[in-house]
Design a protein around this ligand. Sequence first.
Ligand code: ZN
Length: 87
Amino acid sequence: MQTATLTRQDKGLALYQAGAVRRASDDGLYIVKSATNAHQEYTVRIGIDARCQCKDAQMRGVVCKHQWAVIEFERAERAEFEQRAGR
Ligand SMILES: [Zn+2]
């Protein structure tokens, strides 16, 4: 598989699976570690007020891989919750 064909969503999933996402607050704020620089972290918010500090989000206005990582994080959390609730 060529890495060049990976979408932002694929990269976001990989970030999430690598444990790069952590919750920063209870109101939808997250910290996501950079995939390329271990010293770099991005503050990410998803939802209506979605944003990220990276160039991809700031310059291109897209849902960047960091936001996708948070989306995957929340998806997994929700799945776990529903499993526990017996649904
Ligand atoms: Zn980003």
